[in-house]
Design a protein around this ligand. Structure first.
Ligand code: GDP
Length: 401
């Protein structure tokens, strides 16, 4: 009897402990990170994100760099309190851009890179019959390569595989690599044009539908330019989305770039005008203008962006118009690209969130659609997760070396 009672007591205590842990962990407020020795380079989330944990309060006040760096913030239990930091560094030093695209490989493989591996597996089959070629075609279409480029690629592959006769995996990889590279138009000039060639600053306008990562990209680009030694001025002309100006300014502050802004809901064109004017007066090298991208109607968008463009050009010519597209939106992204291309002269594409998709084919489709190069790609939410687009590194990331 005593044994039974003892067992029950033990069971109750054990259950209580486990329950406490679960409830405790549910109730536990996330601990603030320990004060970093180097500044935190993760941008504060401006909007709820896909995959954000349910129950995470979205309206928590945003932590600024200064707050994060405050000396004496509570340390993680079990860790030694770091020495008090005298003063937070004024600005961050962004890492160089060269070689950043290599990160894509791990990020694509994390998302189970469907395109490259799928194609190689299909091409390695002993008999490449009609069904297999159809599967190859489907793989390309599913990966957003687009109808026309898919047909071209399949045709070229069929020809070359026939000539090849027996196929070793290495030969197939080389062949696929070459053909994908051709579709990416390696000869495109992908440099972001930030040099006006005049004594006025280079002017870059960033356009795209809200939510694609436009403001983040503008901030990341400012970092890259600052790292290159440029004096950068930001224009927060996205007055439509609440907090977009704050968000941009946070990015700017981190690298010591000033942000010209106006009231929420104010006239984007007048902010763009002021930014360019100030850029000229202060001898800035580059002015980056973030714009609002609400696709309410094409006419509305056209009016708004057209006006921003016109007022900028009263001061200085526009050197680059970057269209930001979210790589995870597939065909939708292409529809957006078409609309924007009708409204402004796009000179370069930035594909964001390439880390979140296995469908790298969108790069091929969107370049084909607009006839302008993908110049930059977003590989994550980290401050230095913006990479120059290099076709070779991209194909290597897709199919492995
Ligand atoms: P905007 O409305 O177009 O200005 O969009 P934001 O710049 O606010 O970005 C929307 C969300 O996308 C934010 O949570 C960003 O952190 C996120 N984001 C932007 N670029 C990338 C990227 O390359 N990869 C990932 N994973 N997220 C990104």
């Amino acid at each position: 009897m005593e044994i039974v009672i003892l067992a029950v007591v033990i069971a109750v205590v054990a259950l209580g402990t486990i329950g406490g842990l679960i409830i405790g962990s549910r109730r536990k407020k996330p601990l603030p990170p320990p004060p970093p020795t180097t500044p935190d380079i993760t941008a504060p989330p401006a909007e709820p994100r896909v995959g954000e944990e349910a129950g995470t309060p979205r309206d928590e006040p945003r932590r600024t760099i200064e707050e994060v760096d405050l000396p004496g913030a509570p340390a993680e239990p079990g860790t030694q309190a770091p020495p008090a930091v005298e003063a937070a560094p004024e600005v961050e030093v962004p890492e160089p851009t060269a070689g950043r695209l290599v990160r894509l490989r791990t990020r694509l493989s994390r998302s189970q890179n469907a395109l490259g591996k799928g194609l190689l597996a299909l091409l390695s089959r002993e008999h490449l019959d009609e069904d297999t070629w159809e599967e190859i075609e489907d793989t390309l279409l599913t990966a957003d390569v687009g109808v026309q480029p898919t047909q071209e690629l399949v045709e070229r592959l069929r020809e070359r595989v026939k000539v090849l006769g027996t196929r070793t995996p290495d030969e197939l990889r080389t062949l696929l690599r070459e053909e994908l590279l051709t579709l990416l138009v390696p000869e495109f000039d992908r440099a972001v044009n930030t040099d006006s060639g005049l004594d006025t600053p280079g002017i870059v306008m960033v356009v795209g539908v809200n939510g694609t990562g436009k403001t983040t990209t503008t901030g990341k680009l400012a970092r890259v330019l600052v790292a290159d030694g440029k004096h950068v001025l930001l224009g927060a002309a996205d007055t439509f989305r609440a907090a977009a100006a704050d968000q941009l300014q946070t990015w700017g502050d981190r690298v010591g770039a000033r942000t010209v802004r106006g009231p929420e809901g104010g006239d984007p064109a007048s902010i763009a005008f002021d930014a360019v004017k100030e850029g000229i007066q202060t001898g800035a090298d580059v002015v980056l203008i973030d714009t609002a991208g609400r696709l309410h109607t094409k006419t509305g968008l056209m009016d708004e962006l057209g006006k921003v463009k016109r007022v900028i050009e009263k001061h200085a010519p526009l050197d680059e118009v970057l269209l930001v597209l979210d790589a995870t939106t597939g065909q939708n992204g292409l529809v957006q690209a078409r609309v924007f291309a009708e409204v402004v002269d796009i000179t370069g594409i930035v594909l964001t969130k390439l880390d979140g998709t296995a469908k790298g084919g969108i790069v091929i489709a969107v370049q084909r659609e607009l006839g302008v190069p993908v110049k930059l790609v977003g590989l994550g939410e980290g401050a230095d997760d913006l990479a120059p687009f290099e076709p070779e590194a991209f194909v290597d990331a897709l199919i492995g070396e």
